[in-house]
Design a protein around this ligand. Structure first.
Ligand SMILES: *Cc1c(COP(=O)(O)O)cnc(C)c1O
Length: 706
């Protein structure tokens, strides 16, 4: 497809296309579009396919705002196409138009006010689909009231009474000719008075412009007035389009109102003058971009049997990468997979656009960057999601765990060197949190099948100094033994602190990770199932005293500004990150469900005899598959083989914490199961965006590994 900007020498070609377009109305005739050209910078485009004109895009450009408007000066606007246009052609045309607006015009945004379906010869909305593919946001929704002659509703008695009253006062209806300036001026006066006194505005047009338009389009633009014996008391312009009679600038003077002039006028339009149209559109009956109904208007319009038709405006962020891919074909097109990323964080971020950038700029413009409304809102919604009474945001996942332990030390008087039981095969953060709270980590072996700790292993590790157990829902799976661990802790007076940093959204018998123990630490590191665009973390708990203490310690040990009760730390989530998390949280369950489907696909597909697959829980909701961990004695060779084929994998984790330099002499014991896990584990690509084709590609590679 190719795009040409509109120039005056294309006027004939443009108008000929409009006349046979699916959305043919005089509103898109150049003689209508151009009458106020001095007010706007024209950015109208013509779209050609194989040299054939296939679409028009009437538009204006606001350079200061870097915005292309599809409808400035119009009631609505959008892509005009032939009746034969298909969904794929409209998608491609919209794509070309957007790329042109971005690359040639230099626009950053496109505001698109779609043509309501009632104006089209065919009820079809391919352009709305294309807007969706471009990531457009609905920015306002005006609801007009239109009487449908195809699906009529009865007219209310009150309106009929008003009409009879008007007749009894001797009111009459007349059409004003385009050269009847006296009548035009008389009605313009009525209209201007009403707009000023009731709405505080002036008409967009001038009386001169309306007269000019009537002269140019005598068959399409008509003025009807209601007269009393000596004055014009009401009136309306009607835009007569092929399917719809659209009313513009309707008003009545005080006298006209009292005598039922509008009832007479509207009844005349609906039941006589335009009874052969599919619709009589009474225009928008909402205020503030569709926020609420204008009661006075709607009451009267509904009385004629009006129905709702939406006048929607969408905003497209032309800088979004979606613009480049919006017209690409879907999954049944054969694609050659050259590489599979372990986790494409950039693509995940982009999949939340344009809302994400919009929200970030809201925060930037709001001017409040720490401990503000975005923190509050996310804490409330995450607590609600997890099912705890409290959520306290903090700097990261390590801090979340450390804060819980520090808070318990204050509340329960735990001493330096008291012990916390933790799995030996966890990520080192769990153990660092314990050490940094002045406590002693006691590592226990996990179950070899699940890589998760059980109650039996914990029981054996309990001493007189044990104060807590920290189960880690590693790889995204909740420790299946949580109930037994809770019972064990209860028997010994221990606290259970979940490390839920890999298990956002996992569910065990109806309760989520983070709501199973006494408290839990979450990380929102970018790569987690719910990730920020930087560091963030939180504590969830239903223990009010603990939540208060965590909040105080995270805030320099202070409950009250400049009063410091404890030696606290500084650990907070930026408002920016809290806002990002609020945008992403609503999609977490959906993303986790996709991970689950992809995990199932790996498990069903991989048949190589040297590979041990992760087990599938009885209830699939127990695992959110943060990681898809396989095990094989030939791990390093398999990883090299996959890397050569363009498949990224990782090892979680290559060195167990107790063998790390940093832990020498600080974490003792023999851990053969842990050693074996660390020697054999390989994490395959899994993410909310990984495609079944990519997973199948990895499966085929693994099954043919020799
Ligand atoms: C990511 C992670 C953490 C630490 O989170 P950060 O936000 O990086 O500090 C703690 N425990 C486990 C199991 C993790 O995976």
């Amino acid at each position: 497809m190719t795009i040409l900007p509109y120039t005056a020498d294309l006027q004939h070609e443009w108008n000929a296309f409009v006349a046979q377009a699916r959305q043919a109305t005089f509103l898109f005739d150049r003689r209508f579009l151009d009458y106020h050209a001095d007010r706007f910078t024209d950015a109208s485009l013509l779209v050609y396919d194989d040299g054939q004109l296939v679409a028009l895009f009437p538009a204006n450009y606001d350079e200061a705002e870097r915005t292309v408007w599809s409808h400035q000066g119009l009631t609505y606007g959008g892509l005009l196409t032939t009746p034969a246009a298909t969904q794929t052609r409209v998608l491609r045309a919209m794509h070309e138009v957007m790329v042109y607006c971005r690359d040639v015009i230099g626009a950053h945004h496109l505001c698109y006010k779609a043509i309501p379906y009632i104006y089209s010869a065919q009820a079809a909305q391919e352009d709305l689909y294309a807007l969706h593919r471009a990531g457009a946001r609905l920015t306002s929704r005006g609801a007009s009231t239109a009487v449908s002659h195809l699906h009529p509703l009865p007219m209310r008695t009150l309106r009929k009474r008003g009409m009879r009253k008007a007749l009894s006062h001797g009111l009459t209806i007349a059409e004003a000719a385009a050269n009847d300036r006296t009548t035009i001026d008389a009605y313009w006066q009525v209209l201007s008075d009403v707009l000023r006194s009731h709405h505080g505005v002036t008409p967009v047009h001038t009386a001169d412009e309306m007269q000019l338009l009537m002269e140019r389009f005598p068959d399409q633009i008509r003025l009807f007035v209601v007269r009393s014996a000596d004055a014009v008391v009401a009136g309306v312009w009607v835009f007569d389009t092929p399917h719809v009679a659209h009313t513009q600038y309707i008003a009545a003077s005080e006298e006209g109102r009292a005598q039922g002039a509008l009832d007479l006028l509207l009844a005349h339009l609906c039941t006589e003058r335009y009874a052969d149209k599919a619709y009589v559109d009474f225009g928008i009956s909402t205020e503030r971009g569709g926020e609420y109904l204008n009661e006075g208007l709607i009451f009267q319009k509904e009385g004629f049997g009006g129905r709702t038709v939406c006048y929607d405006s969408y905003t497209v962020n032309l800088l979004s990468p979606r613009i480049d891919t919006m017209a690409e074909n879907g999954s049944d097109a054969p694609v050659e997979i050259k590489e599979v990323k372990f986790l494409d964080i950039k693509a995940i971020t982009n999949s939340f656009q344009p809302l994400l950038s919009q929200t970030i700029s809201d925060v930037v413009e709001g001017g409040w960057y720490l401990l503000g409304s975005y923190n509050k809102r996310f804490e409330a919604s995450f607590a609600d999601y997890v099912g705890t009474r409290h959520c306290v945001l903090c700097g990261n996942g390590l801090d979340a765990l450390r804060l819980i332990l520090l808070a318990y030390r204050q509340l329960l008087g735990w001493q330096e060197g008291d012990e916390v039981i933790v799995p030996a095969n966890t990520y080192i953060a769990s153990i660092l949190a314990i050490r940094q709270a002045g406590l002693t980590p006691v590592a226990v072996e996990p179950h070899p099948d699940t890589c998760l700790i059980g109650a039996d292993a914990c029981r054996e590790a309990i001493t007189s100094r044990t104060r807590a157990i920290m189960p880690v829902h590693l790889y995204g799976r909740i420790c299946p033994d949580m109930d037994a661990i809770m019972a064990l802790a209860h028997d010994h007076g221990l606290r259970v602190v979940e490390d839920a940093a890999q298990a956002h959204g996992a569910l065990l018998r109806g309760r989520r990770a983070g709501a199973l123990g006494d408290a839990a630490g979450f990380s929102f590191y970018p790569g987690k199932n719910l990730g920020a665009l930087g560091d963030a973390g939180c504590v969830t708990t239903s223990d009010e005293a603990l939540a208060r203490m965590v909040r105080a310690i995270a805030n320099y040990g202070s409950h009250q500004k400049y009063v410091h009760d404890y030696e606290g730390i500084n650990s907070r989530t930026d408002e920016l990150q809290a806002a990002v998390l609020s945008v992403k949280l609503p999609r977490l369950d959906h993303d986790n469900a996709h991970r689950r489907l992809m995990a199932r696909r790996y498990i069903d597909g991989i048949t190589h005899p040297d590979i041990i697959l992760p087990s599938w829980p009885d209830d699939e909701r127990e695992n959110v598959w943060h990681i898809f961990p396989i095990r094989t004695p030939r791990r390093d060779a398999l990883q090299r083989y996959l890397a050569d084929a363009g498949v990224q994998t990782l090892i979680h984790y290559p060195i167990p914490p107790y063998r790390q330099q940093a832990m020498q002499g600080r974490l003792t014991g023999h851990f053969p199961i842990t050693d074996q896990i660390h020697a054999q584990e390989l994490s395959l690509p899994i993410s909310p965006l990984i495609t079944p084709q990519e997973v199948d590609h990895v499966i085929t590679l693994i099954n043919t590994f020799r």
